[in-house]
Structures are given as structure tokens and as C-alpha cells.
Design a protein around this ligand. Sequence first.
Ligand code: FAD
Length: 467
Amino acid sequence: MTVTAAGPLPQTPYDVAIVGAGVVGCAIARELARHPRLRIALVEAQDDVGQGTSKANTAILHTGFDATPGTLEARLVREGYARLGAYAAETGIPVERVGALLVAWDEEQLAALPRLAEKAQRNAYPDTVLLGPGELYAREPHLGPGALGALHVPGESIICPWTTTLAYATQAVRAGADLHLNTAVQHVRAADGHLLTTSRGTLRARHLVNAAGLHADTLDRALGHEDFTVTPRRGQLLVHDKLARPLVRHILLPVPTALGKGVLVAPTVYGNVLLGPTAEDLDDKRATGSTADGTAALREQGRRILPALLEEEVTAVYAGLRAATGQEDYRITAHPGQAYVTVGGIRSTGLTASLAIAAHVTGLLADGGLDLGPVREPEPVTMPNLGEAFPRPYQRADLIAADPEYGTLVCHCERVSRGEIRDALASTVPPRSLDGLRRRTRARAGRCQGFFCGAAVRELFERGARP
Ligand SMILES: Cc1cc2nc3c(=O)[nH]c(=O)nc-3n(C[C@H](O)[C@H](O)[C@H](O)COP(=O)(O)OP(=O)(O)OC[C@H]3O[C@@H](n4cnc5c(N)ncnc54)[C@H](O)[C@@H]3O)c2cc1C
């Protein structure tokens, strides 16, 4: 059970090295770790898992009803939805099956709804229902005026993206995978397998998986492939205060048009309401900042969907970069002659599809000559609950009676206790920054954004990190 963030890397060759510990790379590491004979390295440039696109998305567990039928993405999203739904129930990752409404605001959009229902059928999702305006407004009384109807997609769900990545990483590490953080892969060359030059020295592996997200094209080129180019597509989002949560019951999706997928309003499992995302093609793979123009455009669109939302406070603004490739499918390709699999172009659905991508990639590695050996199911993990729909530690008298630290709140906006912070600092994949601690506990994620609790949280973090 090893997580390293500094010092030299092991020199014994690994069976498989996975570059990138986002939700996809962590899922692949977890899947491979079910095979106890394999030595697995999960190699990440940053100081935590899930610090790339995986931490900044709209957190929807998609049914895949609107995927392009027949694509690999359509299949993996459908499978991933079922797999992650079951996995979340086992591990305590919060999921709420709130359902989605695709709202039509004009005749053209209304005419598109039956076609979308038919597309859902072709994606093996038969449960959509067309709603007239009466039923739509009965379901969503705060919707702006003028909606003509909607398509109800009951299976669309909201999920905690942070705990998902962490659960995969935790299980992989406990099953024996090595997680090397602060390890940016700089060069790769063939040498009896792969010789990776990283910011922490060299590392050898017989098989290589490229799950480098926005940088998957760069690594792919280093291995001699010109298959795709990643153009980051920024999505900015506004997080509204918890007082806005009663305004919306479903995920409110726009009807996709030729101009794009549009802006949604969605509840989060933490009890907030999201408005976004924008879709801006950029050159800079680090441009995760928000802009005044982006925020203004979102508010303009939000005004029509849910006017009362505009009256509510915005708690936070964030942006994520989709790994767009200009192609309508994932770029998952096996190169068996090189003992190498590219997992590129995982654009807008990678959280949902992650477990199915992992199973698919494991199959490709086996087809390419990796001897998986026997399977041993990993020890189940139970993740701390960050969701409002399930009891949090401060609400559980049994837990507090057994350990009063769960009754001592540190972050009052998000009701995070000392016990949860202590547990996160002692966990298998502990945080290395206050942001990492936030993704594990919600501390400092509330309406004061750490203004009141920041010093106390920092003190606990520093004490925990350096006992
Ligand atoms: C605005 C937005 C909304 C979205 N909404 C949803 C949604 O509702 N539902 C859904 O299912 N999906 C959604 N997605 C998509 C989903 O977030 C992504 O598909 C998923 O996070 C991709 O995961 P990843 O592991 O491939 O990439 P990442 O999370 O970016 O991970 C790649 C990792 O590789 C590391 N790396 C890169 N280069 C190197 C190197 N040379 N050496 C070592 N490490 C390296 C990076 O540091 C990074 O941690 C959304 C995305 C965005 C941007």
C-alpha cells in the first residue's frame, strides 16, 4: 500500500504504468488492481488524484440517452452508468436520482423532443416521457414563463465526483497499486518495455496506459501517433447558495441545437444549484479561470430558465476544461505492438463512463499480451458521505456518542466536524493541500468560502500533515 509524493521512484519494472490519476486513470488502476499478480503504477503530475478535469464538472451521472448511437462513447456511458450506480451504492458515494427535464422554449425545440425520445430508444434507454406545459410547470413551478413542453429522463442522476475518484484510488492503493504523485512524465522511450523519464526520475513498465486527459495528445505524439489533438473547451459554472436548492427538483437541460448543448441548471449532492457550463474553445490547457463575460452570459441564460435563481447568492465560480478533439467519440486505441493503450478524448461524459472505460481498457491490455493472472475482488471501501440526501456525521447521534469529535463542528457552513477532518488526514490517499481536504470533507466549500473557518481548518491540516 504505497502513495509517494517525493523522493526516488522504484526501479523494479512495473507490469503497467498508467499516466494520469483523474477519474479515468484511477478507475483503470482500480480495475487492474483486481489482478493481484500485477504490479501497477499510477503516475500523476499533480499532488493529488482528481485535480484535473475530474474535479470540475457538472457531476451528472448520465444515462447516455442522448449519446450518438453506435459509438464507443454511447456504449461505455450506458455501461458506466449501471456500473457506477451500483458501485456508488456499495461504497457510499452519494447519488440522487433526481431525473432530468429537457425543456423546449420554442416550436423548433418542441419538435426536436420526439426525435430525442427516439434517439434514447436507440441508446437502449426507453424510459423517457414527453410532458406538456401543464405537467412541466407542476413538476417545476419556478421555471421561467414560456416553456412549451419537456422530455423527462427519469434516470439522470447527480453524483459526488470527488468521492468517486477517491474511492477508485483508495481501492487501487489498498489492493497494492503504487500511486506516485508530483510525478510528471516528461519523455517516454522504448527500452525493454517503456522507460519513462519523470520529474522524479525514471520508471520502467512493460505496458503503458495514457490517461493524461488534456495532455493525452502530447504523450501520444511522443509515442509516434498523430491520431488527435486536444483543444480545451472551457466550461464555466456558477454555484448558488443552498437557499436556492428548493427552487429546482430536476436537472433542467436545454434541448441541444446546432449551436451546442447549451446551459443547464442542476442541483448538486452538496445541496447547491449549478448554472452552466459555458463552451469556449481555447488554446491554453491551463485556462481554468472564470471571466466576467462567461459569468454574464450564464446569468443571462439562467434568467430565462429559473428567474428566481438570479436573486440567490453565488457561493463559488469554477471552470473545467473538456478534452475536446473535434471528433464525436472517445479516442481509445490499443497499440499492441507497443504494449500501449491511448485513452484520449474523454470529453463530457468521462465521470459516468469511468468504470466501463476501465473494463474496456483492461480488455485491450489483455488482448495486447498483458497476462492478467487470477482475479481477487478488492476489499470493499466505505467513503465518507459528502451528500445532503444521506445522514452526515453531525446528524448521527450514534457516531457522536461513540466519538465526540464528530459532534465538534469546524466548518459551520458545510457542517464539517473535526472527526471528518481527522479521518481525511489519516486516510489511504490523504490530502496534500487545503483544496484536497475540501474535496474530501467539504470544509471551506460553503457560503463563507473559509472566511470564518479557514484558520481553524488550516491549523488542523498543518498539525495533521506534520504530526
Ligand atoms: C464543464 C464540464 C462538465 C462536465 N460534466 C460532466 C458530467 O456531468 N458527467 C460526466 O460524466 N462527465 C462530465 N464531464 C467530463 C468529465 O469531467 C471528464 O470526462 C473526466 O473528468 C475526464 O477524466 P480524465 O481522468 O480523463 O482527465 P483528468 O481528470 O484531466 O485527468 C488527467 C490527469 O492526467 C494528469 N497528467 C497529464 N499529463 C501528465 C503527465 N505528463 N504526467 C503525469 N500526469 C499527467 C493530469 O494532471 C490529470 O490529473 C464534464 C467536463 C467538464 C469540463
